[in-house]
Unconditional design. Sequence first.
Length: 485
Amino acid sequence: MYEFYQLLTIAGVFVYWLVIAGISIRVVAKRRSIGVSLAWLMIIYIVPLGGAFAYLLFGELNLGKKRALRAELMFKPYGEWFKKLYEYRQYRPHVASLYGQSISAICEKQVGIPALADNHLTLCSETYEILDQLIADIDQAKRTILLEFYIWHPGGRADDVANALIQSANRGVQIRLLLDAAGSRHFFKSHWPKQMKASGIQVISALEVSPFRMFFRRLDLRLHRKIVVIDNVIGYTGSMNLVDPKYFNQDAGVGQWIDVMVRITGPSVPVLNSIHAWDWEVETNQRFLPEPPTCLAHDDSEITDLVQVIPSGPGMREEVIHRVLLQSIYQAQKSIVITTPYFVPSDNLHMALVIAAQRNVQVDIIIPDKNDSIMVEWASRAFFSELLEAGVNIHRFKGGLLHTKSVVIDSNHCLIGTVNWDMRSLWLNFEVTLAVDNLEFTETLQQVQQGYLADADQICPIQWEKRSLANRTAERLFYLFSPLL
């Protein structure tokens, strides 16, 4: 009997070693950033079996067999739709700046989507202004309303949007609403889904979360896009979820969320429509590719905002938004202003910002003074010392949870959308960003950023170095897990 238990122990140790060795080899073979690989290896070895199990659940970009196969089959028809955009007169690469040309080149090769001219963009930076304008556009809709959000939280003006949708549906407008299952869980527990469906609105919960599904799909993949398309002629995207800040997350102690949205008319609206169609088809297997943009007569005076729509996420080409951010930083000559609620950059982005500051580019990063994620808050602080030493200016916004995701380069080019400066947005979530090559719009966004700066405290490098040993220890601890946040 003793020999049997001895053999059983040896077999158990061998199986454990085999599992750990096999997963470790897989982590290394994936050729991700060294920080991500080391973080996972640390978890695997420090937490026996539990770390290996966690890696199997969350370590790889597993969209699920059915969704992944569906996305693969969709590349050809959607690719053909995007190719047609190159035939339109709104495809005017020669009118783009050198910055715009390089960003478009990356996106054309990675996702096959060109930048298009003849758009008109309006930046909306006040929450109730955004909701009022959205309701007005919904009330004027004639054919279709398409919506896609990470969070829809009932209450206040968000309920007014819901009522406007129901009224539009009752007069024959086709409405498709796609919401992330985790982010919009309060919405799905409310009376609104049933009431909307009774009016003919299609309501779909994306990326359902359940213990059963964790064995077939990574559960923390989230639909983080914010898109509204009305009649294929008016579009919205930006950082704001479908919430009334006075009714949302009031117990978090971070103040009201501060957001912006971009209202778009022009040929980039059907491109946003196609992204909604992609997400809808991945989730439902129903195809609703939009009508292509209207081709205007050739007249250079009509060219307004040149817009590059950049979708990113599982099932699409990897690293597109990461490469766009890096290229934007590399090209900066005078200034970079970044706003983001969550700042846990990749090693490459971190180093790019350090080098930019060292070559005398003024770099300003604006983040919330109080964050709703303790882990992200502490991990974020771990990057400050090297950035401050290089000359980067870090500002803590005091007027609420600054949720705007924007980058302004040299005061004349900008990125704006749903992407946070963290690993989750860069590698995991379904996101969308606009690269705008238009001076007037960029100046408007810069004015909004300056308003944030006026309500922020700049971190003093000397005072920062005097922080306590306990704070330094917490920063280093959470920094070890930063590639996984």
